[in-house]
Design a protein around this ligand. Sequence first.
Ligand SMILES: C[S@@+](CC[C@H](N)C(=O)[O-])C[C@H]1O[C@@H](n2cnc3c(N)ncnc32)[C@H](O)[C@@H]1O
Length: 420
Amino acid sequence: VDEDCNDFLPWLGNKAGGEISSLLSIGKSAYGRALYATKDIQTGDCLLKVPYSTQLAPDNLPPEIACLLGDEVGDVAKVALLILYEKHLGKKSEWAPYISRLPLLMEMHSSVFWSDEELEMIRQSALYEETLKQKKQIEKDFLAVQLVSDDFPEQFQHITLQDFTYAYGLVTSRAWVSSRGVSMIPFADFLNHDGTSDSYVLSDAGRQHSEVIADRDFAPGDEVLIRYGKFSNATLLLDFGFTVSCNRYDQVRVELNVPQHDALYTQKLEILGRDRTPRIKDDNEFTYYENSFTVKKVGGGSRWGKGIPQSLRAFARIMACDSQQELHDLAKEAAENDGRLARKPLKNKSRELAAHQLLLSEMSRLIKDHDEHIKSRAPTPPTLREKSALRQKLALDLLSGELRVLKSASAWLESYCSRL
Ligand SMILES: C[S@@+](CC[C@H](N)C(=O)[O-])C[C@H]1O[C@@H](n2cnc3c(N)ncnc32)[C@H](O)[C@@H]1O
């Protein structure tokens, strides 16, 4: 039991005008605060219900401030500003019992808080670039927000980039998107993540509340965990500042480029540009580029290489073509079928082999990169500060998860090539 939080649920229930949860209480865990079952819970029970009126969303910002924020300022930045506004009010804030329970900057480990030296530990991962991109976005939002907050010196202490980044990190690590927009959901946001759970935060626009339903039975004292999403370690680290060892949702971004010295460079780009098949973007995909592909773990017995996107194999087949005629034949075949290029094995087996060897060599390069980087990390000296040691472990979890995915894809490609 977290005695510091004894007054929290009664305060929230009072604010909501009804009970939030009769089944859960706030306690402490290895992951910070957590929610525990207070009674026997059965699968299907409603664990908690938080009305929209007791959530913090962009429309909680005072209108005189909100109206000065341009459309370019997104919902995450607006809620971050709202947190800073309520924080400045201190005990006078109607949200003080909630705001005072939010974690401190030193307890947060999203890669946006990492130093340049710490970021070097994850240079091999697409997360490195994504972190820099996120930091740029935060700086851009900060400039827009600072212009407005400086006009309200009574309401805001002078906001620094560090203050704003901290508040932004609070939002990405504990807000959900509902029909009301990005919302901080007090109490629900004490739930920790378990990738195997089938419970998640649901929002009911009709009844104007968010709720969580139990996906299993719990005995009194059990920690109740939910799944934030089917997130890879890269997404977990960027948004929430933690990783899961052996994360089943891990994935790797693989980029292919037609080399400029390729005699058919222009023709290949042209035909690839014509392949407009929409690609499904999942929760983990950071940036969508035409030439970047998301590889997931390929199961040992997978006949079709599930986990290696068909679009990646198609790209490699086009890269492997070495005559105009071959490219023309592929375009013709696509036009006669469903319009998708090079989705079937090439009729010319040696060309099909070349395409997959090309993928294999890209995987081998990435494996070598990840492997060398992991091995080059000195073992954590016992004197290392707790924060640095934790971040080393997070980097290691991330890279080893990606390495597992790459090795599984490489093993499948090797076996496919040998079957050809
Ligand atoms: C929505 S909050 C959950 C409540 C949080 N433990 C607290 O003290 O308020 C999300 C944060 O909890 C922590 N967390 C949640 N699940 C975790 C897990 N499986 N492993 C490590 N940390 C976790 C991370 O710090 C994350 O940013």
